[in-house]
Design a protein around this ligand. Structure first.
Ligand SMILES: O=C(CO)COP(=O)(O)O
Length: 236
């Protein structure tokens, strides 16, 4: 089971350091052997001494160069980072990343052997348009992606469930995960309004290999609780 925290544009470097130390301590003390990931804001990246996997929320597919506001591989290498989030809906929809840009990033970081957490998911109007249209939309987000890449993790995050407190029904999560599992053998996470009170139930669903958590991960105690759920399910 994989439990991942996307901290988005939250937590300063100081707060992130405390967060990771607390989580690391928790994982060690409780002998957690499930994988946990933390994706801090770019300016909160650092060389953290931890068993938790730290990843970048974004980077430009270059070593370095003239790309104002971006960071490259050189900046990730400085902290020994080898994990990256690609295709998150906020980057697709707010920052305007097209599938071509996303694919360029995917191929670049794949070539470098990064663990890639690749996000897909439909906006509300596509879900409401029916299964066929919704699947066409999601299929387009797989365009060009090497779905057999060994360090690939996929996260299904319906856009309308992110930060809204809404989630698909368990039946809907099972149905879409079943479809997405046909497209790739990679671990498949669910993301979108995962909270302490629904995380265990969601992680227990068929073909759900873990969760990618935004707002509810900001409190480290809550995230630790979700890590505990993952361990409990694995021990069952
Ligand atoms: O976007 C997400 C994780 O990447 C989910 O965000 P929320 O958990 O805040 O809905």
């Amino acid at each position: 089971m994989i439990v991942a925290a996307n901290l988005k544009t939250n937590l300063t470097r100081k707060q992130t350091k405390e967060y990771i130390e607390t989580l690391d301590d928790f994982v060690k003390t409780n002998h957690i052997n499930q994988e946990s990931f933390v994706f801090p804001a770019t300016s909160s990246l650092d060389s953290y001494d931890t068993d938790v996997t730290i990843g970048a929320q974004n980077a430009y597919p270059v070593q370095n160069g003239a790309f104002t506001g971006e960071i490259g591989v050189e900046h990730l290498d400085e902290f020994g980072l080898k994990t990256i989030l690609i295709g998150h809906s906020e980057r697709r929809h707010i920052l305007g990343e097209t599938q071509d840009v996303i694919l360029q990033k995917f191929n670049y970081f794949k070539e470098l052997g990064y663990t890639i957490v690749y996000c897909v998911g439909e906006p509300l109007e596509k879900r409401e348009a029916g299964v066929a249209e919704m699947m066409d939309y999601i299929n387009a987000q797989y365009r060009g992606i090497d779905t057999s890449y060994e360090r690939l993790i996929i996260a299904y995050e319906p856009v309308w469930a992110i930060g809204t407190g809404l989630t698909p029904t368990n039946e809907d999560i099972i149905a879409i995960h079943r479809e997405l599992k046909k497209k790739s053998p990679a671990p498949l996470l669910y993301g979108g309004s995962v909270k302490v009170n629904n995380a265990k139930e969601i992680m227990a669903l068929q073909n759900v290999d873990g969760v990618l958590v935004g707002s509810a991960a900001l409190k480290v105690e809550d995230f630790c609780q979700m890590v505990t759920f993952a361990q409990e399910l694995e021990n069952k």
